[in-house]
Design a protein around this ligand. Structure first.
Ligand SMILES: Cc1cc2nc3c(=O)[nH]c(=O)nc-3n(C[C@H](O)[C@H](O)[C@H](O)COP(=O)(O)O)c2cc1C
Length: 349
């Protein structure tokens, strides 16, 4: 199927504008997810159960390969994506109210480099819509794979009030999430990455942890792990500060990394604003994971993401200290069988 996708389907998709192709793929998956026979077919073709499931933050992951945030921003295609071999899905980034994101075009392919640049800017339908969608199509209780909800700051919200956005989305979505991810690392919302600065970060993380603890006191059978997603462009000193905060507030883990604003190699002459993902990000993301693992002595669980394009790059993330991994750009280039391909390859290696 990998070869069939790459020679027959990908050329058709890649003739379309990247965002149009993305929207059509999500629409097709949304529809397929509503029909049991179609879901069954997807599961039969692409489903993947690892030899050993992973237990982390009190959750059971059927395999270690997840879908990264940004592919299903509204949680609309979850049943079909869950059947597609992923061990977990991260939906979002979502903001309390819907917003249109940046002007189009805002997603660009670089096939020769196996890369993408995007400046989507958190286009999404809002937290209420996502809560309704998840509740209807993939309710907690009967889930086969855990769902992480990635929350962010709206464009219109001043940076000083960002914490209120995180809190609002958290409250709306708590009963539908298996874990939360605080996104302070997208390069496409002005000022967002400043929230990675120690004091601001501590304030947001502390409040979200209080929210999660309060929720679990009211719902003792529903723990809500909270993770932070960081940028690959942080300095080692910044990462040290971030880790200090996360350990102090007892966050459940860290997701490393988001897209990069660096333009390594041939990208030095590409003048397209936004976050770069895929193969050019592989090594930097792995270095960040290794640094976090070494700094914390493995005490803080890491979800590794960034440029996983094949089995070697997936294995490198795990060897560097990640407990779970996620893919986005590799899935775009590799197609619907990509999760199963990775799960099988990791099982064999
Ligand atoms: C088009 C696109 C949209 C994305 N949107 C989000 C997002 O909304 N929130 C987020 O945390 N990360 C987002 N990401 C980042 C991915 O989740 C991931 O961290 C990054 O792309 C690196 O992984 P990759 O090299 O496998 O793509 C987006 C990435 C792409 C390519």
């Amino acid at each position: 199927m990998g070869r069939f996708y790459q020679t027959a389907i990908r050329p058709i998709l890649f003739k379309m504008d990247p965002e149009v192709a993305h929207e059509r793929a999500i629409a097709a998956l949304r529809l397929a997810g509503q029909m049991a026979p179609a879901r069954g077919l997807i599961q039969a073709l692409f489903g993947a159960q690892a030899r050993h499931p992973t237990e982390l933050f009190g959750l059971r992951f059927p395999n270690r390969v997840g879908l990264a945030a940004g592919m299903d921003k509204n949680g609309e295609a979850v049943p079909a994506l869950a059947a597609m071999g992923f061990g977990f899905l991260e939906v979002g980034t979502v903001t309390p109210k819907g917003q249109p994101g940046n002007p189009k075009p805002r997603m660009f392919r670089y096939p020769a480099e196996h890369a993408l640049i995007n400046r989507m800017g958190f286009n999404n339908k809002g937290a209420d819509f996502m809560a309704w969608k998840l509740g209807k199509s993939y309710p907690r209780g009967g889930r086969k794979v855990p769902i992480g909800v990635n929350i962010g700051k709206a464009k219109a919200t001043p940076l000083e009030e960002a914490v209120l956005d995180y809190q609002a989305s958290f409250r709306i979505l708590a009963s539908h999430a298996d874990f939360f991810v605080l996104n302070v690392s997208s390069p496409n919302t002005q000022g967002l990455r400043d929230l990675q600065e120690k004091e601001k970060l501590a304030e947001i993380c502390r409040l979200l942890k209080l929210e999660a603890d309060a929720y679990t006191r009211k719902h003792p059978d529903h723990e809500l792990p909270v993770l932070l997603k960081i940028a690959p462009d942080c300095s080692w000193e910044q990462i040290e500060d971030i880790l200090e905060v996360l350990l102090a507030v007892r966050f459940s883990g860290i997701i490393a990394t988001n897209t990069t604003i660096a333009r390594p190699g041939v990208f030095s002459s590409v003048h397209q604003a936004g976050g770069l993902s895929g193969a050019p990000l592989t090594d930097r993301a792995t270095d960040v994971i290794r640094f976090i693992h070494d700094e914390t002595g493995g005490k803080l669980p890491i979800i590794g993401v960034g440029g996983i394009m094949d089995i070697d790059s997936a294995k490198a993330k795990l060897d560097a200290g990640a407990s779970l991994i996620q893919v986005y750009t590799g899935f775009v280039y590799g197609g619907p069988g990509f999760a199963k391909f990775l799960v099988r390859g990791l099982d064999r290696s």
